[in-house]
Ligand binder design. Structure first.
Ligand code: DGJ
Length: 742
């Protein structure tokens, strides 16, 4: 891995031997994008790849380039810019030029923002590139970190006002990249509540295309990432390039294809709801964006993200620790529980082998439904006579750990907190406040509110043996405004909210390093890499239907590792879809994530109880592979009939293949399912987990000793041609265990 500067060519070459990122200082001192793709030899100049000059300005030859690295608007580039400013005189023309650079081992921290990191200096190298607008004194530092082990480039930008006049930032992308052609398909992750992570995939066309959030959170509607794949690229082959933003607020992720077919890719804070005032001497850091590149298909691009985010974005004791199998009471009771019921559920969960009981919404104030009490973080006297302390102690005495749900950022109009501090809720004075789920958001940009929440929540956590916290957030933000900001700084409201949120997360996770935090926002409304920097796992969706979950988990896996996905088995008929799926099918879907159960375990029949015990025991025996193994998507559930996933342990000693028949059809033609990620010259023993739903025939023809090469090149043989033999019916799943024998 290296970052080199070629003085003769004025070129920076960032490479880790697998991929290269090349930029250069153009004649006028601005920075041009030269190349992003498969590794090129280091130590050479690439003049033929130079950004092509274009003619257009009779007196300004120095503006001759079409691929800029961090472009401004106003002097000849008419596309959407990477950044924009407004100076005190109202003008916005800015001409940053190269001034200096620094190359160093490792990676610097970004104050107040989540970021990837290194533990040892040889894991990555960083380039800081200083640009300066001479007329105003605005300094722009472009940060680039290339990782040795991952095909990932982390970028962010720092603005410093070194002049004396006020500068207002109105656009500040984390990453802008001008690609030389637009022969790509654009993949987006979009959706809505309970159907998060739908994948869109369409060819780029001339013009502007992209996604954005202006909801105050990253949102279930749009996840802060874009993936470009060459039209012929598949899961296992072809060139793929992703960008992902470590941010939990309003963002834009877009592509503009211009008249020359150049594709400008941008990701960063949504300029529609942003401005930031830089007084003389002030500094602003954008969130970090991570670009990942793969020459071998989508699967490899995803694994670059999985490994980087699992190993060098997640932090703390839980980063590498096996996550507990939990029982969450939400779908089992909703708000309707008593201490007695909770203890019954916790005891039943313990008997099944679960390690953690999570008490969800409804334990505080007088909260018997969603109409009241958010903000009143005191135990509900009617439900918990001994308070959280009494309940948690009793749960722990049963031999199972205790976890608690909170929704720190919110306040109900019907709450003591709101009655005491109506001005703490986000609102525009003298205008109506929009309620959503009967609640308001607190103005998280106000330090006194963060201080208050830290003290109150620390008090709750300290009052009881709490091992886990689920941090929920159940509304988007309307009437954005902060009564503490002056009129000209209201554009800072949303970003200040996110900074306050990160501050509270940082303080709580630092104060309680042993606690596992799981983030949540009405399911997956804030499932983003920003929060993964604080909470290593997140609740993926309020849709717990196993068939739906196949698509949701598949979509999320484009960027996010299995260790980040809360995946729960719930009761049937499923509460969201009414669908009836076998218990084994539900479990085998949830295994590919952080397994939990979200139902009333005391309601299980004897047979179900025994089955769940076997599920939990199996998962525990293999959870390191499920949570931390390398993940391969073998068959997409989007085809509608089948799905298949595979995890391979880091040492390749074991792998597990999940195969799902979603919908049956008669006289099914047999097919081969090629495995991935094994050692070609190793021997493996293939067995099936006895809880699977498929036929003896499928089992018999696949079990036994097989070569890694055979399993990857020929594969498993599924769905016998003899249609009277396989078990008929929808929603069958089978797990194959593949263990190395030599
Ligand atoms: C939304 C979450 O996604 C659910 O899991 C649950 O915690 C509810 N909120 C509680 O109000």
């Amino acid at each position: 891995m290296s970052i080199s500067f070629d003085y003769a060519a004025n070129q920076f070459h960032l490479t880790n031997g697998s991929f290269s990122y090349i930029i250069k200082i153009l004649e006028n001192g601005s920075i041009g994008q030269v190349y992003t793709g498969a590794a090129l030899g280091a130590g050479r100049a690439y003049p033929l790849l130079d950004p092509i000059p274009f003619a257009g300005f009779s007196n300004r030859d120095d503006r001759a380039a079409v691929r800029f690295e961090y472009p401004a608007y106003g002097n000849g580039d008419f596309r959407r810019p990477a950044f924009a400013v407004r100076f005190a005189d109202g003008s916005s023309v800015v001409e940053p030029r190269y001034e200096a650079h620094r190359i160093y081992a490792g990676k610097a921290e970004t104050p107040g923002l989540p970021a990837t990191y290194t533990e040892k200096d040889d894991e990555a190298e960083t380039l800081e590139l200083d640009l300066r607008d001479a007329a105003s004194g605005l300094r722009i530092i472009l940060f680039y970190t290339i990782f040795a082990q991952y095909n990932c480039l982390a970028r962010h930008v720092r603005f410093i006002n070194e002049g004396s006049g006020k500068i207002v930032l109105t656009h500040a992308m984390s990453l802008s990249l001008d690609l030389p052609d637009s022969r790509w398909n654009l993949i987006t992750l979009t959706g809505s509540w309970a159907r998060e992570f739908e994948t869109g995939d369409a060819p780029l066309r001339t013009g502007f295309q992209g996604i954005q959030s202006s909801r105050g959170v990253s949102g279930a509607q749009t996840n802060p990432a874009l993936i470009l794949r060459r039209p012929a690229a598949t899961e296992r082959e072809g060139e793929v390039l992703g960008v992902s933003l470590l941010y939990s607020g309003n963002f834009t992720a877009d592509v503009e294809v211009d008249q020359w077919g150049i594709a400008r890719l941008r990701i960063g804070i949504n300029p529609h709801t942003f401005s930031w005032e830089l007084a003389g001497g002030a500094m602003f850091d954008t969130p970090e964006a991570v670009l990942a590149w793969s020459g071998t298909g989508l699967g490899n691009c995803s694994r670059q993200y999985h490994e980087l985010y699992r190993n060098r974005l997640a932090r703390g004791a839980w980063r590498d620790a096996e996550r507990p199998v939990l029982l969450n009471n939400w779908e089992g009771t909703y708000f309707n529980f008593t201490e007695e019921k909770i203890l019954e559920m916790a005891a039943a969960a313990r008997d099944l082998g679960a390690e953690l009981f999570v008490l969800d919404d409804g334990w505080f104030g007088k909260r018997d439904d969603d109409h009241s009490s958010l903000g009143d973080w005191v135990p509900h006297a009617g439900k918990l006579p001994g308070g959280v302390t009494g309940l948690a102690e009793k749960v722990c005495a049963l031999g199972i750990k205790f976890g608690l749900w909170i929704e720190p950022e919110m306040v109900s109009p019907d709450s003591d907190l709101f009655r005491a501090h109506p001005d703490w809720a986000v609102h525009v004075p003298a205008r109506p406040r929009t309620e959503s789920r009967y609640q308001y958001a607190l103005d998280m940009g106000r330090p006194e509110i963060i201080e208050y929440l830290f003290n109150v929540l620390s008090g709750v956590i300290k009052s009881a043996p709490v091992s886990y916290v689920k941090w929920d957030m159940n509304r988007y933000i309307t009437e954005p405004y902060s009564i503490t900001l002056p009129p000209e700084r209201q554009g800072e409201f949303f970003h200040r909210y996110v900074l306050g949120l990160y501050d509270l997360y940082a303080r709580l996770t630092r104060a309680f390093p042993e606690i596992l935090f799981e983030s949540c926002a009405s399911g997956g409304s804030r499932f983003d890499p920003g929060l993964l920097g604080f909470a290593p796992q997140a609740w993926l969706s309020d849709d717990t239907d196993a068939v739906e979950r196949l698509a949701i988990q598949e979509g999320a896996s484009l960027i996010y590792p299995l260790s980040s996905m809360g995946a729960h088995v719930s009761a049937i008929p499923n509460h969201q879809t009414g669908r009836l799926t076998p218990l084994s099918f539900r479990a085998m879907v949830s295994f590919f994530g952080c397994l939990g159960y979200e139902l009333d375990p005391a309601a299980f029949s004897g047979e179900e109880r025994e089955a769940v015990k076997r599920q939990i025991a199996f998962y525990k025996a293999h959870r390191r592979t499920f949570q931390y193994g390398r993940f391969f998507r073998l068959l997409s559930p989007l085809s509608g009939r089948y799905a298949s996933w595979m995890v391979v342990s880091e040492d390749k000693e074991e792998a597990i293949v999940g195969f799902y028949r979603i919908l049956a059809n008669p006289n099914q033609r047999p097919f081969r399912l090629k495995l991935a990620g094994l050692e070609g010259d190793a021997d493996y023993r293939v067995t099936v987990w006895e809880e699977g739903g498929f036929s003896e025939d499928d089992r018999n023809r696949n079990c036994g000793e097989r070569g890694g090469d055979e399993l990857m090149q020929a594969g498993l043989f599924l769905e016998s041609a003899h249609n009277n033999r396989p078990k008929k019916g929808d929603y069958f799943a089978e797990l194959f265990l593949v263990e190395k024998t030599g």
